[in-house]
Design a binder for this molecule. Structure first.
Ligand code: UDX
Length: 437
């Protein structure tokens, strides 16, 4: 099938490559020339395991093309909208400018029988607006809302083998027919037995933000328990293990630490609250305000803990920060707790050096005033305290004995509860962590 993908950022680039992998003929369209040039040369403009190989294979096969020329998508039958919905500057609401621009472009190409598929994360009600516009201009074309749940670092796997597929569309024969077209697109995925939920537009849009809100709540719940643990001398990692054995709760997403960041969870819960306000049901989501507040408090606590470990002041202290990405296996620094803590430490007078295996270039652009080192060795030389803020496997595997020779004082604060306290203490380190005695 001939498919177009509008928006070739994180979601769109991965989606386009994966659709080509499934055997379709795909054209990826974006307005950012540099982005398209990079993708067309087989280079992913961000770090995502497995994506470069997939891009190369698909481009070489001739099934995948990237362009800024939207007219190249005119003969496609299925048009995916994969553009970003960032947080509006100074507001909680999502900025829909890219969604509206992509919709305009798609409407200009649409033919009877075409299916527009929305994948972007949008405030509920947006899909209905798009469906109305399609109905006005090409009544024989249909919209399906088909949210994406991919995690950075697992984006290829999550796209090819998702936990579920959600189709939202308006009741009627035409919608059901469009769903069969989308079934053809996902034939290989559906053949694996992937569950499919067919529903209305509003539910489909809500599934995505509800899922992200639940995940954010789970993380903030365990981080709130970490605050209780800190006040009582309890251990949040053992608490998480113990409650996680209850299958109704589950252990995943109960890792306490410096909290969630990235391009999705923080902005999605804020946009969801803003939308609930517009709908007159803001009380239903006031708990998300707490979820956000608990999350932001962990960053402050991390700075306080570092200060405590340094004997009450971080002024002029040499601090090594391990990690800049919002999570491992990513070079994404959007709303990264690691960089937020690093910047706060620097603002309060510490001499901070940040290292990260993938995210240094991005970090430098956003936070040019911080000092950066390419390697852990360079970052920790002469450090009076080390902060572990992103749990990259190479940091988890660090040898405390070897590292002790390179620092000025063997002190470490584990912001991700990813190190073994006993091992570090046995090697002579002062080890502290969030939510652990
Ligand atoms: C998230 C959702 O998981 C995904 O389904 C959605 O489509 C997009 O948003 P992503 O932002 O890639 O994906 O990262 P995720 O793995 O969910 O982690 C988000 C943040 O939560 C990271 O900063 C991570 O460090 C933090 N986190 C995660 C915790 O602090 N504790 C945990 O137990 C899990």
């Amino acid at each position: 099938m001939k498919i177009s993908v509008f928006g070739c950022g994180y979601l769109g680039a991965v989606h386009a490559a994966c659709m080509a992998k499934l055997g379709h003929e795909v054209v990826g369209v974006d307005v950012v020339e540099a982005h398209i040039a990079s993708l067309a040369a087989g280079k992913a403009p961000f770090h995502e395991p497995g994506l470069p190989e997939l891009l190369t294979e698909a481009l070489e096969s001739g099934r995948l093309e990237f362009t800024t020329d939207a007219s190249r998508a005119a003969d496609a039958t299925v048009h995916f909208i994969c553009v970003g919905t960032p947080q509006k500057r100074g507001e909680n609401a999502a900025d829909l400018a890219y969604v509206r621009a992509a919709t305009d472009t798609v409407l200009g190409l649409l033919k009877p029988g075409d299916v527009v598929v929305g994948k972007s994360t949008v405030p509920v009600g947006t899909a209905e607006e798009i469906a109305d516009r399609i109905a006005e201009s090409v009544p024989e074309a249909q919209l399906i809302w088909n949210p994406e749940f991919l995690r950075e670092g697992f984006a290829v796997k999550d796209t090819l083998h998702p936990d579920r597929l959600v189709y939202g569309f308006r009741a009627g024969d035409a919608g059901a027919e469009a769903a069969t077209v989308l079934d053809e697109v996902y034939a290989a995925t559906l053949a694996e037995g992937t569950p499919k939920i067919e529903t209305d537009l509003a539910t489909a849009q809500l599934v995505k933000v509800a899922a992200n809100s639940f995940l954010a709540t789970k993380i903030s719940f365990i981080n709130a328990m970490a605050e209780l643990c800190e006040a009582t001398g309890a251990d949040v990692t053992m608490l998480a293990d113990a409650i996680g054995h209850d299958a109704r709760i589950g252990r995943r997403f109960l890792n306490a630490g410096v909290g969630f960041g990235g391009g999705c969870l923080p902005k999605d819960i804020r946009a969801f609250m803003a939308r609930a306000g517009e709908l007159g049901v803001d009380q239903a989501l006031t708990f998300l305000r707490e979820v956000d507040a608990i999350n932001m408090r962990r960053r402050v606590r991390m700075v306080d803990l570092a200060r405590e470990v340094c004997g009450g002041s971080i002024v002029s202290r040499k601090v090594a920060v391990l990690g800049a990405a919002f999570k491992p296996d990513s070079d994404d620094i959007r709303d990264s707790p690691a960089l937020s803590v690093a910047a706060q430490m620097q603002l309060q007078g510490a001499q901070v050096t940040v290292t990260d295996p993938q995210a240094i270039d991005n970090a430098r652009k956003k936070w040019p005033d911080l000092a950066y080192a390419e390697t852990v060795e360079d970052a920790v030389r002469g450090a009076e305290v080390i902060l572990v803020l992103t749990e990259w496997p190479e940091y988890v595997a660090l040898d405390p004995t070897a590292l002790a020779d390179q620092v000025a004082a063997p002190r470490i604060v584990d912001g991700r509860n990813c190190l073994d306290p006993a091992t570090w203490r046995a090697a002579g380190w002062t080890y502290r962590a969030l939510g652990r005695p």
